[in-house]
Design a protein around this ligand. Structure first.
Ligand SMILES: [Zn+2]
Ligand SMILES: [Zn+2]
Length: 136
Protein backbone atom coordinates (compact mmCIF):
# COMPACT_ATOMS: atom_id res chain seq x y z
CA UNK A 1 0.00 0.00 0.00
CA UNK A 2 1.34 3.40 -0.95
CA UNK A 3 2.19 5.72 1.89
CA UNK A 4 -0.19 8.65 2.08
CA UNK A 5 1.35 12.06 1.62
CA UNK A 6 1.39 14.07 4.79
CA UNK A 7 1.34 17.53 3.25
CA UNK A 8 0.39 19.12 -0.03
CA UNK A 9 1.01 22.64 -1.26
CA UNK A 10 0.73 24.84 -4.31
CA UNK A 11 1.61 28.23 -5.73
CA UNK A 12 -0.79 31.14 -6.14
CA UNK A 13 -1.79 30.25 -9.73
CA UNK A 14 -2.12 26.56 -8.90
CA UNK A 15 0.12 25.56 -11.79
CA UNK A 16 2.72 24.11 -9.47
CA UNK A 17 1.75 21.50 -6.88
CA UNK A 18 3.93 19.56 -4.45
CA UNK A 19 3.74 16.86 -1.83
CA UNK A 20 5.85 16.26 1.26
CA UNK A 21 6.07 12.77 2.69
CA UNK A 22 7.79 13.47 5.96
CA UNK A 23 8.27 15.90 8.77
CA UNK A 24 8.33 19.66 8.55
CA UNK A 25 11.10 21.01 10.79
CA UNK A 26 11.19 24.03 13.09
CA UNK A 27 9.35 26.97 11.58
CA UNK A 28 11.33 30.21 11.58
CA UNK A 29 10.32 33.75 10.74
CA UNK A 30 13.22 35.14 8.74
CA UNK A 31 13.52 38.93 8.68
CA UNK A 32 16.59 39.04 6.42
CA UNK A 33 16.62 41.56 3.62
CA UNK A 34 16.66 38.90 0.93
CA UNK A 35 13.56 37.13 2.27
CA UNK A 36 11.81 40.49 2.54
CA UNK A 37 12.65 41.28 -1.07
CA UNK A 38 11.72 37.81 -2.31
CA UNK A 39 8.33 37.88 -0.60
CA UNK A 40 7.47 41.58 -0.51
CA UNK A 41 6.63 41.14 3.17
CA UNK A 42 8.04 41.98 6.60
CA UNK A 43 9.45 38.46 6.96
CA UNK A 44 9.32 35.01 5.39
CA UNK A 45 8.00 31.97 7.24
CA UNK A 46 10.22 29.03 6.38
CA UNK A 47 10.82 25.50 7.62
CA UNK A 48 13.34 22.82 6.68
CA UNK A 49 12.21 19.66 4.92
CA UNK A 50 14.21 16.78 3.54
CA UNK A 51 14.85 16.97 -0.18
CA UNK A 52 13.97 13.26 -0.40
CA UNK A 53 10.51 13.97 1.07
CA UNK A 54 9.66 16.72 -1.43
CA UNK A 55 8.08 15.95 -4.77
CA UNK A 56 6.61 18.27 -7.37
CA UNK A 57 3.51 16.51 -8.65
CA UNK A 58 2.44 19.14 -11.18
CA UNK A 59 4.13 21.97 -13.06
CA UNK A 60 7.77 21.09 -12.44
CA UNK A 61 8.69 23.14 -15.53
CA UNK A 62 7.34 26.22 -13.72
CA UNK A 63 9.89 26.01 -10.90
CA UNK A 64 12.34 28.78 -11.73
CA UNK A 65 15.57 29.07 -9.77
CA UNK A 66 17.14 32.38 -8.86
CA UNK A 67 20.69 32.36 -7.50
CA UNK A 68 20.29 34.91 -4.68
CA UNK A 69 23.78 34.39 -3.22
CA UNK A 70 26.82 32.39 -4.30
CA UNK A 71 25.39 29.41 -2.43
CA UNK A 72 21.61 29.96 -2.23
CA UNK A 73 18.99 29.29 -4.86
CA UNK A 74 15.48 30.63 -4.39
CA UNK A 75 12.91 28.62 -6.32
CA UNK A 76 9.57 30.12 -7.29
CA UNK A 77 6.71 29.69 -9.73
CA UNK A 78 7.64 31.29 -13.04
CA UNK A 79 3.99 32.13 -13.77
CA UNK A 80 2.74 33.69 -10.52
CA UNK A 81 5.96 34.33 -8.57
CA UNK A 82 5.06 32.37 -5.43
CA UNK A 83 8.26 31.49 -3.55
CA UNK A 84 8.27 27.74 -2.87
CA UNK A 85 11.67 26.59 -1.55
CA UNK A 86 15.25 27.69 -1.19
CA UNK A 87 18.27 25.42 -1.54
CA UNK A 88 21.65 26.04 0.04
CA UNK A 89 24.74 24.50 -1.50
CA UNK A 90 26.12 23.71 1.99
CA UNK A 91 23.05 21.59 2.84
CA UNK A 92 21.81 20.21 -0.50
CA UNK A 93 19.69 17.50 1.16
CA UNK A 94 17.56 20.04 3.02
CA UNK A 95 15.12 22.39 1.34
CA UNK A 96 13.68 25.41 3.10
CA UNK A 97 9.98 25.43 2.42
CA UNK A 98 7.94 28.65 2.28
CA UNK A 99 5.17 27.30 4.45
CA UNK A 100 2.61 29.86 3.33
CA UNK A 101 2.26 27.74 0.19
CA UNK A 102 0.99 24.69 2.14
CA UNK A 103 -2.59 23.60 1.53
CA UNK A 104 -2.60 21.05 4.34
CA UNK A 105 -3.38 22.46 7.78
CA UNK A 106 -0.32 22.70 10.02
CA UNK A 107 -0.46 22.06 13.74
CA UNK A 108 3.05 23.45 14.32
CA UNK A 109 3.64 27.11 15.08
CA UNK A 110 6.69 29.32 14.45
CA UNK A 111 9.48 28.81 16.97
CA UNK A 112 11.76 31.85 16.55
CA UNK A 113 12.63 35.01 14.68
CA UNK A 114 15.94 35.08 12.83
CA UNK A 115 17.93 37.90 11.20
CA UNK A 116 16.11 40.36 13.43
CA UNK A 117 19.12 42.70 13.04
CA UNK A 118 17.97 43.33 9.47
CA UNK A 119 14.25 43.57 10.28
CA UNK A 120 12.20 46.26 8.52
CA UNK A 121 12.18 49.41 10.67
CA UNK A 122 8.37 49.63 10.44
CA UNK A 123 7.83 46.06 11.60
CA UNK A 124 7.09 45.35 15.27
CA UNK A 125 7.44 41.81 16.56
CA UNK A 126 4.48 41.27 18.86
CA UNK A 127 5.06 37.75 20.14
CA UNK A 128 7.37 36.36 22.80
CA UNK A 129 9.28 33.90 20.61
CA UNK A 130 13.09 33.99 20.84
CA UNK A 131 14.73 36.56 18.57
CA UNK A 132 18.17 36.20 17.06
CA UNK A 133 20.22 38.95 15.42
CA UNK A 134 21.17 36.40 12.78
CA UNK A 135 21.02 32.69 13.45
CA UNK A 136 20.81 31.00 16.89
ZN1 LIG B 1 2.11 29.68 -9.92
ZN1 LIG C 1 15.83 35.13 5.14
Amino acid sequence: MAEESRYTGSCLCGGLRYEIQGEIGDIVECHCRKCRKANGTAFATNAPIQKADFKIVQGEHLLKKFQSTATTQRCFCADCGSPIISIKAETPDVYRLRIGTLDTALTQAPTQHIFVASKAEWDTICDTLPQYAERP
